[in-house]
Design a protein around this ligand. Structure first.
Ligand code: NI
Length: 173
C-alpha cells in the first residue's frame, strides 16, 4: 500500500489544466495504484491526479458496486436530468456544499492500457464523474457554491433522505 499526499485547496496545483495521458506505461499504473490506495485510506468517492500533485488527465471514481473505476483522458458525452445535494472534496477537508449536477452522465475514457470505453452513472456516480473531471481543468466544486453547509444543515439533509450520517469524510470526493 502506497499512499500519496493529498493536495489541499489553496495550492496552485489544483487550479491548473491537466495534460492528456499519452503513455500507458508502468509509471501510469503505479500512479493509479497509489491513487486507489490514497482514495481507500481517505474513504473518498473519487480522486483526480492533480489532487496528488500530478497534472495529468486521470481520475478514479467509486462505482455503485464500490469498485474503483479508472478513467484516463475522460470526456463527458451526455448529461441528463438534475440533482442537488451535498458535495465534498478530499482537497477541501471536512466541508460540504450544496451543488446541482446532472443526474445521469455518460463518459468516454481510456483504461490503463489505452483502450477506449464508455461508462454511465446515475446519482452519486454521475455527480462524481462531473466533480472529478472538473478537477482536470483546475476547478473545484466550491466554485459552484455560495457558502459551506453547517453541520446542522448537513445532518438535516441526511435525516430527510433517510441516510445514516456519514462519519468524517465518507462522502468526500
Ligand atoms: Ni474533489
Amino acid at each position: 500500500m502506497a499512499t500519496r499526499k493529498i493536495v489541499i485547496q489553496g495550492d496552485e496545483l489544483l487550479t491548473k489544466k491537466c495534460r492528456p495521458v499519452t503513455e500507458f506505461n508502468p509509471r501510469l499504473h503505479q500512479l493509479l495504484d497509489d491513487m486507489a490506495d490514497t482514495l481507500e485510506e481517505a474513504q473518498g468517492a473519487g480522486l483526480a491526479a492533480p489532487q496528488v500533485g500530478i497534472l495529468r488527465r486521470a481520475v478514479l471514481v467509486i462505482d455503485d458496486d464500490d469498485k474503483v473505476m479508472e478513467l484516463i483522458n475522460p470526456e463527458i458525452l451526455l448529461q441528463e436530468g438534475e440533482q442537488t445535494g451535498p458535495e465534498g472534496c478530499l482537497s477541501v477537508p471536512g466541508k460540504f456544499g450544496m451543488v446541482t449536477r446532472p443526474n445521469h452522465v455518460r463518459v468516454r475514457a481510456q483504461d490503463r492500457y489505452g483502450n477506449w470505453f464508455e461508462a454511465e452513472g446515475e446519482g452519486l456516480v454521475a455527480r462524481c464523474f462531473c466533480h472529478e473531471i472538473e478537477h482536470l481543468d483546475g476547478h473545484l466544486y466550491t466554485e459552484h457554491i455560495d457558502r459551506f453547509l453547517t453541520d446542522e444543515e448537513l445532518e438535516a439533509y441526511y435525516r430527510e433522505q433517510g441516510y445514516e450520517m456519514p462519519d468524517g469524510e465518507d462522502e468526500a470526493e
